[in-house]
Write a protein that binds this ligand. Structure first.
Ligand SMILES: [Zn+2]
Length: 287
């Protein structure tokens, strides 16, 4: 019993120590307080290591149209975000419709995503959302929470930085399976993503159009992973709608308004839930 109490005391003290030393880091734009075990530089170091491995694991796409689009959208987003990441944007040849951003600004888009995006603004919607997870340090936060929860239940009494580091490495290498974030993190990534695309000059209404279309897609093959980690509900669309006026302020302040940006000039045929195919016609860019 004495040993259990001692362990519990150690757990409490360690949690207090983490809370005090990390104080409360607030997420940019939302100012939500979050607890993180790893430093940002350590998270970024892991992001870069995982990125190097992923570049060996996945083949780069040779499709110039896809590469140019990601280069263009990535450059506009990274300039608008204004942080010190050493950004990299690569399209990987993979039929999955998925994208990710590792800590430190290493962005990968699977070529399958281009089958469902109609223009630069829609690409910026997905890439901006993934970048938002990285800027808000969601994977680091989730791993910190898991470790603390585990400590409290097992009373192990030891927080190892290496434990957090190895969990983050696993998560970042597992992009094909995608780390499922909590609903809170998804909503926050939607919020930040909307602001980032607006600051980059893409009309935020395009995000709502994209997520609505995305919500109707039941073609679980290419979208299986992304759909499983990003369930699109009426609530989520309503939240996005509520965030639109805030995003529009950033869009209106932006000197380089691009509307929906470059159009990809093809209609998108997707299977919808009733097993019928809907063709999404390209719309003119919003004014
Ligand atoms: Zn997400």
């Amino acid at each position: 019993m004495a040993k259990l109490c001692y362990n519990m005391l150690k757990v409490t003290l360690l949690i207090m120590l983490i809370v005090l030393t990390n104080a409360c880091r607030s997420v940019p734009y939302t100012n939500r307080c979050q607890l993180l075990i790893l430093s940002e530089s350590k998270e970024q170091e892991i992001g870069v290591e995982s990125w190097e491995q992923l570049k060996k694991q996945y083949k780069k796409s040779t499709n110039e149209r896809y590469n140019d689009a990601l280069k263009r959208v990535g450059r506009n987003l990274s300039i608008a975000i204004e942080n010190d990441y050493d950004w990299e944007f690569i399209v990987f040849d993979n039929k999955q419709a998925n994208a990710f951003c590792l800590p430190g600004g290493k962005v990968g888009v699977f070529s399958g995503l281009f089958d469902y995006t109609a223009n630069d603004a829609e690409l910026a919607t997905v890439v901006g959302h993934e970048i938002a997870h990285a800027i808000a340090r969601h994977s680091g936060e989730q791993i910190s929470q898991d470790i603390l929860k585990n400590m409290a239940s097992t009373a192990a009494g030891i927080v190892l930085e290496s434990q957090a580091a190895s969990a983050l490495t696993q998560a970042t290498l597992n992009v094909g399976v995608s780390l499922p974030y909590s609903r809170k993190h998804e909503y926050e990534a939607d919020h930040l993503g909307l602001i980032f695309m607006a600051k980059a000059g893409y009309h935020p209404q395009a995000a709502l159009n994209f997520w609505k279309k995305f919500g109707e897609i039941s073609q679980v093959g290419a979208f299986e992973v992304f759909l499983s980690t990003h369930p699109m509900s009426e609530d989520r669309l309503e939240e996005l709608q509520k965030l639109l006026p805030e995003a529009m302020k950033y869009y209106n302040e932006c000197k380089f308004k691009r509307g929906t940006g470059v159009q990809y000039n093809f209609d998108i045929k997707v299977k919808i839930k009733s097993d019928t195919t809907r063709t999404y016609k390209l719309k003119p860019p919003p004014k």
